[in-house]
Design a protein around this ligand. Sequence first.
Ligand code: ZN
Length: 412
Amino acid sequence: MTTTLEPTMSTCRACLAGDLFLYLPLGDHPPANAFLKPEQLDIAERTFPLDTHVCLNCGLIQVPDVLPPDFFEDYLYIPSASDTMHRHFSALAERFRKDFIADSGQLVVDIGCNDGLLLKACQDAGLSTLGVDPSRNIAELARARGIEVFNEYFTAESAPRVRAQYGPAQVIVTTNTFNHIDNLHGFMQGVATLLADDGTFVIEVPQALTCVADNEFDTVYHEHLSVFSVTSVAALGKFFGLELVDLDELPIHGGSMRLFLRRSGPAKPVVEQWLQRERDAGLFARETYVRHAERVERIRTSLMKTLRDLKAQGKRLAGYGAPAKGSTLLNYYGIGPDLLDFLADRNALKQGRFAPGSHIPVVSPDEIAARKPDFLLILAWNFADEIMAQQEAFRAAGGKFIIPIPEPRVIG
Ligand code: ZN
C-alpha cells in the first residue's frame, strides 16, 4: 500500500533556495532497510514515493519525502561488518588525536555513532568519547563496547542538554549520518551549541559530483535523504557561523568526502578548488541531471538484458550484499526472486529476512559455497574489491561477478 507523504519542504534543505528540480522520480519504494521477517511476507508493505531532486542553486541532491521516525528504532546497518570501515575509522581516530585534540580530556562526540566502531578506535587512541544515536538496539551494541551513548536524536533542542551533561566537544564527527538528516538547520544549530570555540566539526558523506558522474542513483533512498555537494555544505555552514576550512576525498562508498568546519578560517586552497570543480562540472545546470537520468535508464536496459539472457541460458544468479542502496536498485529496476535466488550478506541481522519490495531471501555468504550460483550481482558495489577478494574460492570455481554501477560489467 502506498502512503503519500507530505513533502516537508519546497525549498532546499541546505541553502533554502526554492530552485528544486525533480530529475529522477524513482516510483514508490518500501523503506530500504525494512527487511521482512518470514511472517511479514503476506502483509502488504508500506511504500512511499522516492523522488530525487537537485537544488540548482547549491547542488544538494535531495529527497523531500521523510519517513516516520519509528522506522529507525530497529536499525539494521552495522558498519563493523566491513573490513574496509574498520581500517577507515582507525585512521580517522588517529587523525583526531594528531590534528585536533590537544589533551586526552577533550571530548570527541560521534553523532549517529551506530555500534561504536569509530569511538572504540578513538578510545584505543586515548581519546574521551561520547556517542549520540537515537536507535535503541544500536545504542546497546555501542554500550556493550564500553561507549557512553546519549540515546536521542541530535537536534537544536537536545544539544544544550548534551553540553550541560558532558561539556563542549572539541571534535564533533558524523560519518554517513548527515545525509540521513531532514532538518539540517536544526542539526547545525545543535552543532553550533555543542562545539568548543576552537573545535572542529567533521562530516563524512557521499558526494554529489561522483554520484552524478558515476551514475550512483541508488545512493539515494528514504534514509539517505541528501547527497551533498561541497557548495551545499559551505552554504549551510555559513548560516551558523561555521566555515568550511578543509576537505579530503575518500574512496569509500563509491566516492565520499570528509569536510572540516570551524568557527574561523583560514580555508585551505583545496576548498576553493572543489567549489570551482563543481561549477566546471555543471553541477548547477539542469542539463547535467537530465543526462544523468538518461544514463540510469540505459543501465537498466543493459543490466536487465544481461540478467535475463543469463537466466535463459540456465545460469544460477544471486546477489552479493543486501545494502540499503540495493533496495533502491532492485526495486527501481524490477529485479526479484525470479532473477536472483538469494542475497548473501555478512550482517547477521539481515540473514533469514527478505529484501523489502523484491522479497529476495537474505542468507549468510556461506550459502554461496553450498548453493554454487554461476553469477553474483554485487549490490554493495562500493565494496566490490573487498567482496571479490573474500570470494576468491567462488571465482576459482568458475563463478563470475556482475557489477552494476557505474556501468554494468561482468568480471570473472
Ligand atoms: Zn540548495
